[in-house]
Write a protein that binds this ligand. Structure first.
Ligand code: ZN
Length: 448
């Protein structure tokens, strides 16, 4: 059945978007060597996150979700389905669940996810999820590569060069404002016994990775406000010394100004190394958070104070996307990022992209970041993104604002060109590929 919006124009623009090799601006995918053993793969994998939050929100008991996802119990595929079924039926309408459904249909060839097909689906998943699966799915989704931030317990602090370079470029991640002193000291080989030592450790990480990483990600906003006050050093040095002492740890209220001070230092470092800062803003993953901590407008003072530092604002700051539109319109150093957005709320994503294309220069919008921990989700998300972006571009042509050729060009910018340009990815990726290959096989680096 062809849908009302699927006009000839839509089909042409959609086909064009299909032909663009996506630069995926944000993922949390594991490296191939961390992929589950085939026997541990089951449908719980598809509810690692996102859709699982909708199940909980619909009323699923947390213990049942744990049992659905647990790889160590010996539930049969059908028993797992029974745990899932009532809540999946309630949450079926959301884009989180649609993304999973698209992946099940396209990657596993299972048209309807039901009690009757769950055994077949489990079997197909066990056959497919093997080393090489990520690249295979990226090829099917026509994703060139992704900027990746793995969430693994064994991740290296700040930067992980041990990632499959044929799928990813790694981002640096802000661990500095969390002060894991022992971890950072051992990774850098530098003792930390003063604030100056700590700043030198930060300098060391930037020297190592500031020219290699895709971007510098700040994942705060889950546990504090995104307003980072401009605090003088004299106000926080004592707090830092308390971190080093063993018997007088600072509490949350005392730590916050110290975090602020370090974050401002990081803004200066990122400006110096030309590495764009990505901030998590807007909706937070999980089932209960302080939403107002995460407004992009709270970062306004940083945009003003550090004009040479580039900022990329994640998740379009949804539900504060209108504020972000104004910020991106005003500030040359602020870009908009649709990472995660097309599965959060495709209707708002469409409306927001349409308004942004009437307001903000087109080179300042990054159209896709899967933001998944399992690659099937990335596949489903990319399909939804291409469909929704095509619908918005169609609307611009139908309104007479864009020619069809210009709409096609904007589609390329959103899915690929803007990420390459704004993150300076061509040269960073070249350096990253050499470093990642060298990390796996030191002999190769010696020959070069
Ligand atoms: Zn993320």
């Amino acid at each position: 059945m062809s849908l009302r919006y699927q006009t000839d124009l839509f089909q042409r623009l959609h086909r064009h978007l299909d032909s663009v090799p996506i630069i995926d601006c944000h993922e949390h995918l594991p490296r191939e060597s961390s992929i589950q053993a085939p026997g541990d793969v089951h449908i719980g994998r598809l509810f690692t996150h996102y859709a699982s939050c909708d199940l909980i929100s619909a009323g699923m008991p947390a213990e049942d979700l744990d049992r659905l996802r647990d790889g160590c119990n010996d539930l049969t595929p059908r028993e797992r389905w029974m745990l899932l079924a009532p809540w999946y039926a309630y949450a079926w309408n959301t884009a989180y669940c649609e993304s999973v459904r698209i992946a099940i249909q396209d990657l596993y060839g299972v048209e309807d996810f039901t009690a009757d097909t769950v055994e077949l689906l489990t079997e197909k998943m066990q056959q497919a999820v093997q080393p090489g699966f990520t690249r295979h799915v990226f090829d099917l989704a026509h994703i060139d590569y992704a900027m990746n931030q793995p969430l693994l317990p064994d991740s290296s602090p700040v930067f992980n060069e041990d990632l499959d370079e044929h799928c990813f470029i790694a981002d640096m991640v802000d661990e500095f404002t969390a002060f894991p002193l022992i971890k950072l000291s051992s990774a850098s080989g530098k003792a930390i016994s003063s604030l100056d030592d700590y700043l030198q450790v930060i300098d060391w990480f930037f020297d190592q990775y500031g020219h290699v990483a895709g971007a510098f990600k700040v994942p705060r906003a889950y546990d504090r406000t995104l307003y980072f006050a401009d605090v003088p050093r004299a106000a926080i040095e004592g707090t830092f010394h308390r971190l080093l002492a063993f018997n007088d740890p600072p509490d949350r209220n005392a730590l916050q100004p110290l975090e602020d001070y370090i974050l401002h230092y990081l803004c200066r470092k990122c400006g110096e190394y030309g590495i764009r800062m990505k901030f998590h803003t807007g909706i937070q993953e999980g089932n209960g958070n302080m939403l107002h901590h995460s407004q992009a407008a709270l970062l306004n003072n940083l945009f003003l104070k550090y004009p040479k530092t580039q900022f990329d604002i994640y998740h379009i700051s949804y539900p504060y996307q209108d504020e972000l539109t104004v910020l991106a319109k005003n500030f040359p150093n602020v870009t908009i990022d649709f990472a995660w957005m097309w599965v959060i709320n495709p209707a708002t994503g469409r409306r927001a992209l349409s308004e942004m294309l009437d307001t903000v220069p087109a080179n300042k919008i990054h159209g896709f970041g899967g933001d998944y921990l399992f690659v099937e989700g990335t596949y489903g998300h990319a399909a939804i993104a291409r469909r929704e972006i095509a619908r918005v571009l169609c609307e611009k042509v139908e309104e007479g604002r864009f020619s069809e050729a210009y709409a096609a060009h904007v589609g390329e910018m959103l899915l690929r060109g803007n990420a390459l340009d704004n993150f300076n990815l061509a040269s960073r990726r070249e350096t990253y590929i050499k470093m990642a290959a060298g990390h796996r096989k030191p002999a190769v680096l010696d020959e070069a």
